[in-house]
Design a binder for this molecule. Structure first.
Ligand code: ADP
Ligand code: MG
Ligand code: MG
Length: 909
């Protein structure tokens, strides 16, 4: 028989943390916490398979489910010493959704389920607190009606407002028990009006109603959007957790809170969280009251005048610290926890791996390795290479003048500027039009996800560091300032104001997620400063990786940046980029428009000077590291203008008749330039271009050497080679030039002639090419185009649909197509190295900076990857992970060794 329901509680559990696929993240971790002896209220989990079956079978449950739930409920009754629906000692439960991955689109938790007119009386009697009982009842009817029955929350808010008016008070908690009793009646009457049925009194009916609502919410629009944004398959399904209630709202010795075992913003090893006395559920994150800090230290550093948990409940605080320690040793990672204190007793309600900023992720990984909690290689394996990207983003220029209009909490780092918008829909609309927007909300909810995604950053006026906006922004890597209380938002007028300063929708604001500042207008930014942890991680990555990392660079700035990021050489200098620049294009055009060889030689002479200077500078910067210079690659017509006006201009600048410009432009026109007269074909037909370039390279090497610098190993790369003859002809030109330059300069230097592999024919003929080629560099941009027979510039017309239809999983220009293009690379590596033992090989396409492609390159035995300078750190980490994976290193699982129970018994109040 299939087990559809798993129990947990009282120091035992059917499930474990590894069973997230079946039990969902929340259920699996509740089971794990229970089994290591943490104080978890007992409960049970309906598996994700129930959800999957539910949708396969036209929204019906497996036949055995009812019986299994009844049995599980009986066990919870036994463990808690209470009875569901009982008139004297009723068990109340929460019903909570929980997918494999945390999913904000899912149904909200229903608390206090099991209350009705009878059980509420029992709750009042046993707790000795009638007000508490009716407050719980009121919350339950409201929550259940909203979440399960789908009745507009505003109906209940209006009734609540009216009750407060009648009593002449402002806050919910100032209502007296009679008000609450009446409210419950009014709520129920409203429910009847809205749905034509009574509010369900039978706890079992309530329970199944809530369970059904969770499964139904798997297919609601919010959840669907979230899944699309995060690539979560529909087939995964959600689990449902039913758990005995504990109450944080029974008085001043009760509380509820959330915490991170380390600081999720900067990663420091500080216990970090917020709580509210006499509160329930999500009161803390909803921003209803200002939450209190956990530690004295945090209270002081945030300048809060509310006492910390450490001060209010020192015993519980100490216990929570022990739990923190135990969770970290067990899970070996930073945890995000939810807890409730009921009459001076601590209960754990949730734990999961805590979301953190890129900066914190690095700090925590480094610290945990240094603390001996994980190994260095584990620290490396846990960091997504993309995180490194976020660290390389700019921050506000400290010297810039800025008009700070308000300050909130620094909830997610980075700086963002954009036009202010006040709704998620508006954010999406404007972002689609290419505008940069800043989403401003009083607070955000899961309904705003698409807006958070579209915005550059988020500003909220309410809520703390653990509010919805803060958590989601950190997860998405968006800067966020939360709880900027001085900012008044007027949605209706689409305006915000701080004192006398008013900002309309569409005006620009800047936020600084590091300081919490809200600034008028756009503030200039500066390149990021890498933290100490960044350096440590990079150094560790270098210890493990076997792949070398080079950069693609043409300009001195790019080369310097690349070196700073740790590039071990330049894998690709696209010489044509040097010719597009300002005055140089004129010399280039004169060369193309030359009437005869003498004319062309004169133009080439001019180009030689420029090219030599550029390459000398690159060699000097790279200080002895290898530099691969590619011969001219693009079709010549790219240098020639096409409009009549431009042509006239060129004729004048180059000093040639306009007619000749027109004629050359027509002559150079090609039906399919990508497959036309370009690459080595240019050098074959105009060998003087190849000669000039080779000369520039070698004279540059000589110049660097003469100036006392480290002479680099110059690598001359011939592009778009298909046959051995092409390469042989050009290699001879290069070698002759090298010999001539060496003689002229009276100096010897080493160089290599190799080829860029970017045609399928070259891959298949790699064995032959290797007779002449001294290195291969896979130009995977063109190799992908020629293998797929698809032009990168035109793929936009159909690739999105291909992706949607699942024809291709990934854009092959972003992540290497391993089974097609990759197979050709494998063949070329094998055949090339068979012909030339130990032949040096690398990749210089865009894929050289993509982690999955890097892993592939490592597997097939390439020597290096070359990518854009800003991807170099990402590539270093990805290369280390690739090496570790090859050694069989896996991502971390929580330790399976059960720890000693901290508190073996769970006692009902
Ligand atoms: P989310 O997935 O949005 O975090 P949860 O299922 O964790 O939702 O529920 C939200 C909050 O409800 C919890 O943080 C906790 O405060 C409260 N809660 C859930 N179950 C219980 C329970 N059994 N007893 C007391 N409070 C609960
Ligand atoms: Mg929620
Ligand atoms: Mg939760």
């Amino acid at each position: 028989m299939v087990q559809w329901v798993y129990n947990f509680g009282a120091g035992a559990a059917d499930g474990r943390a590894e069973m997230k696929n079946l039990l969902g993240g929340k259920g699996a971790n509740l089971a794990e916490m229970a089994s290591i002896g943490l104080p978890v209220p007992p409960g049970f989990t309906l598996t994700t398979e129930v959800c999957t079956r539910f949708y396969e079978d036209k929204c019906t449950y497996p036949a055995e489910l009812k019986g299994q739930v009844a049995k599980a409920l009986a066990l919870v009754e036994e463990r808690s010493g209470q009875k569901f629906g009982d008139a004297t000692n009723p068990l109340l439960v929460s019903v909570r959704s929980g997918a494999r991955a945390s999913m904000p689109g899912m149904m909200d938790t229903v608390l206090n389920l099991g209350l009705n007119d009878q059980t509420v009386a029992a709750l009042a009697k046993r707790s000795g607190d009638r007000r508490f009982a009716y407050d719980s009842y009121r919350r339950f009817v409201q929550m259940y009606s909203d979440v399960v029955l789908g009745i507009e929350l505003s109906h209940f808010e209006k009734l609540l407002e009216r009750a407060k008016q009648r009593r002449g008070v402002k806050q919910d908690h100032e209502l007296v028990v009679e008000d609450l009793e009446k409210l419950v009646m009014d709520y129920k009457a409203r429910v009847h009006v809205e749905i034509g049925m009574d509010f369900p009194e039978d706890p079992h009916e309530q329970l199944w109603g809530a369970i059904g609502a969770v499964f139904n919410s798997w297919m609601n629009q919010r959840a669907k959007t979230y899944r699309q944004l995060h690539d979560i398959p529909e087939a995964w399904g959600t689990a449902v957790n039913v758990q005995a209630m504990v109450f944080g709202n029974m008085g001043s010795d009760c509380a509820t809170g959330v915490a991170f075992t380390r600081n999720p913003s900067n990663g420091t090893n500080d216990f970090y969280g917020e709580f509210l006395v006499n509160a329930q559920g999500e009161d803390v994150v909803a921003g209803i009251r200002t939450p209190q800090e956990l530690t004295i230290q945090a209270r002081k550093s945030h300048g809060s005048d509310l006492p910390s948990l450490e001060e209010v409940m020192p015993n519980i605080f100490r216990e929570l610290c022990t739990v923190r320690q135990q969770l970290e040793t067990h899970y070996k990672d930073m945890q995000d926890i939810e807890f409730t204190i009921q009459q001076n007793k601590l209960y754990m309600l949730q734990t999961r791996t805590g979301k953190r900023t890129a900066h914190a992720a690095l700090q925590i990984a480094v610290d945990m390795a240094n603390e001996g909690l994980i190994s260095k290689s584990q620290a490396l394996m846990r960091l997504k290479p993309e995180l490194i990207d976020q660290l390389l983003h700019p921050t506000l220029d400290p010297k810039a003048k800025k008009q700070v209009i308000a300050k909130g909490l620094p909830a997610s780092p980075g700086a963002a500027a954009g036009k202010v918008v006040f709704s998620a829909d508006e954010a999406v609309r404007r972002a689609k039009d290419g505008e940069k927007v800043l989403l401003v909300r009083i607070e955000t909810s899961p309904d705003d996800i698409h807006g958070l995604h579209a915005a550059e950053g988020v500003l909220t006026t309410r809520g703390g560091m653990t509010s919805h906006a803060a958590v989601v922004a950190r997860g998405m890597g968006r800067p966020c300032v939360a709880g900027a209380g001085a900012v008044q938002v007027d949605y209706a007028a689409a305006r915000l104001s701080v004192g006398s300063v008013a900002v309309q929708e569409g005006q620009i604001l800047t936020i600084d997620g590091v300081t919490g500042e809200v600034i008028l207008g756009e503030v200039p930014t500066v390149p990021p400063q890498m933290s100490g942890a960044f350096g440590t991680i990079m150094a560790w990555a270098d210890e493990y990786r076997t792949l070398q990392v080079r950069a693609n660079a043409e300009t001195p700035n790019d080369a310097r940046q690349a070196k700073e990021f740790g590039a071990q050489g330049i894998g690709l200098v696209r010489t044509e980029h040097m010719f597009f620049d300002g005055g140089r294009i004129i010399a280039m055009r004169r060369m193309i428009l030359a009437a005869d060889e003498a004319d062309r030689k004169a133009a080439l002479e001019e180009l030689l000077t420029m090219q030599r200077e550029d390459i000398t500078e690159l060699f000097r910067i790279m200080d002895g590291r290898p530099v691969t210079v590619r011969l001219l690659d693009p079709p010549l017509h790219e240098f020639i203008p096409h409009t009549e006006a431009e042509m006239a201009q060129v004729a004048k600048a180059a000093g040639v008749p306009l007619n000749r410009v027109r004629r050359r432009a027509t002559e150079l026109q090609e039906a399919n330039p990508m497959l036309g007269h370009r690459g080595c074909r240019l050098a074959i037909t105009y060998p003087e271009i190849c000669e000039m370039q080779a000369r520039a390279i070698f004279e540059a090497a000589a110049a660097v050497g003469r100036a006392g610098g480290a002479v680099p190993v110059a690598e001359v790369m011939v592009p778009l080679v298909a046959t051995l003859q092409e390469l042989s002809i050009l290699k001879e030109v290069v070698e002759k030039t090298a010999a001539a330059v060496q003689k002229e300069q009276g100096m010897n230097f080493t160089y290599r002639v190799g080829t860029m592999i970017e045609l399928p024919r070259a891959c298949l003929q790699a064995g032959k090419l290797a007779e002449q080629a001294e290195f291969f560099s896979f130009g995977t941009n063109d190799l992908t185009q020629t293998t797929y027979g698809m032009s990168r510039d035109d793929a936009g017309a159909f690739l999105p649909e291909y992706k949607a239809k699942g024809i291709v999983e990934q854009d092959p220009f972003v992540s290497l197509d391993q089974e097609g293009v990759g197979e050709l690379i494998k063949v070329a590596v094998e055949r090339g190295r068979t012909a030339r033992n130990g032949m040096k090989m690398g990749i210089c396409g865009e894929h050289g900076g993509d982690p999955a492609s890097i892993e592939f390159c490592n597997k097939v035995g390439l020597d290096y990857v070359s990518c854009s300078p800003f991807r170099v750190p990402v590539a270093r980490l990805a290369a280390a992970q690739a090496a570790l994976k090859l050694r069989g290193e896996k991502a971390l699982q929580p330790s399976t060794k059960a720890a000693k129970p901290l508190q073996p018994t769970f006692g009902p109040w």
